[in-house]
Ligand binder design. Structure first.
Ligand SMILES: Nc1ncnc2c1ncn2[C@@H]1O[C@H](COP(=O)(O)OP(=O)(O)O)[C@@H](O)[C@H]1O
Ligand SMILES: [Mg+2]
Length: 319
């Protein structure tokens, strides 16, 4: 699959690092996106919706208080502030009898404390450093996407380069992925046409598929709800960071609509497989339109105009 894509300008890891994640992203700004609490703060300041923070534990003694604090919460997500690739994320639902469930499995209060303690100790953090365990409201799958996700909430990843959205995919949880929509956990990736907001192709474990393995639902030509708004908040959140190359993760919540989950300064490259298209022609189109990359990127243009530019650059005829 990768071989076929090479002719279409696939971006490889070396070039991604040299020309984009290192060249366009000032290292001093990484803390804004490497820490999910920082990203939340930045979005809230900009009026961009994010999942509500229900609790946080920085110290082991605070972790011990979590089960009591969460006793009457119907559903929540416990995650490391500095985690990545879905590692260390627990999606929990109340069992109605005062207990906690992860999928079908019962999670005891001690398990919860133990997991939070592992997060605090740095078990899942990027560099193994001390971390913060945070608890968020559990978002709900939008009704249009419910048939396409098993046991978790799908997300939408958008790559934003110099303030322009260039490629998108939705990631759909499977029975295997434990409520998380990360490809590394076994989720499906489906590329999205930026102009129509409909899915184009889907991949699962690096192979093309056309139906969801758990529900047998078709994965192609599915409209993503409120997709224009998804692109808009991806761009607005990226604007706030000052970073030039970002993968924005969003969820279209059933009630709240699109919210920002997190921002990534080193987004993966498999999005190209899910779109059957390389990033390079689109990134080059951005550079041609904005001129040589200088210190910053083009924030001067209105967001709607930049969204329209990204849609034009990604059209099949332009690539
Ligand atoms: N608040 C939440 N509600 C429901 N699902 C969530 C929530 N937070 C994370 N998830 C699930 O876990 C996945 C990974 O979460 P994310 O915050 O992007 O962390 P990571 O940095 O590990 O990718 C999401 O794509 C989603 O499927
Ligand atoms: Mg993510």
């Amino acid at each position: 699959m990768w071989r076929a894509l090479r002719r279409q300008g696939v971006l490889g890891i070396n070039r991604r690092n040299a020309c984009y994640t290192l060249a366009a992203n000032d290292r001093s700004l990484f803390p804004l996106v490497d820490d999910k609490l920082e990203t939340k703060r930045l979005c809230i300041e900009a009026g961009i919706p994010v999942p509500r923070l229900l609790a946080e534990a920085r110290l082991h003694v605070e972790a011990r208080g979590l089960p009591e604090a969460l006793r009457n919460v119907e559903s929540f997500v416990l995650k490391p502030a500095r985690g990545a690739m879905g590692n260390g994320i627990l999606v929990i639902h109340a069992d109605g009898k005062g207990g906690f469930l992860r999928g079908e499995r019962l999670v005891s209060p001690e398990d919860l404390v133990y997991h939070a303690a592992g997060i605090i100790s740095g078990l899942y953090s990027l560099a193994g450093h001390h971390d913060v365990a945070l608890v968020e409201e559990c978002l709900q799958t939008h009704i249009l996407l419910a048939p396409l996700s098993a046991g978790g909430v799908p997300d939408v990843r958008v790559i934003v380069y110099r303030g322009i959205p260039v490629m998108a995919m939705t990631r759909l949880p499977t029975e295997r992925s434990g409520g998380r929509a990360n490809l590394h956990q076994g989720a499906i990736g489906a590329g999205i046409d930026l102009a129509s907001g409909r899915t184009l192709f889907a991949v699962h474990k690096n192979r093309s598929i056309v139906r969801h393995p758990d529900s047998d639902q078709p994965l192609v030509d599915v409209p993503i709800p409120e997709f224009e708004r998804v692109l808009e908040i991806a761009v607005r959140a990226t604007d706030r960071t000052g970073l030039g190359y970002i993968g924005a993760d969003m969820v279209v919540d059933a009630v709240r609509g699109p919210v920002i989950l997190e921002l990534n300064a080193r987004p993966g490259l498999a999005i190209q497989l899910a779109n059957r298209a390389g990033l390079r022609p689109r990134l080059d189109a951005v550079d041609r339109a904005l001129g040589a990359p200088d210190t910053a990127w083009q924030q001067a243009l209105p967001v709607a105009e930049r969204v329209a530019m990204g849609q034009a650059f990604s059209s099949r005829s332009a690539a």
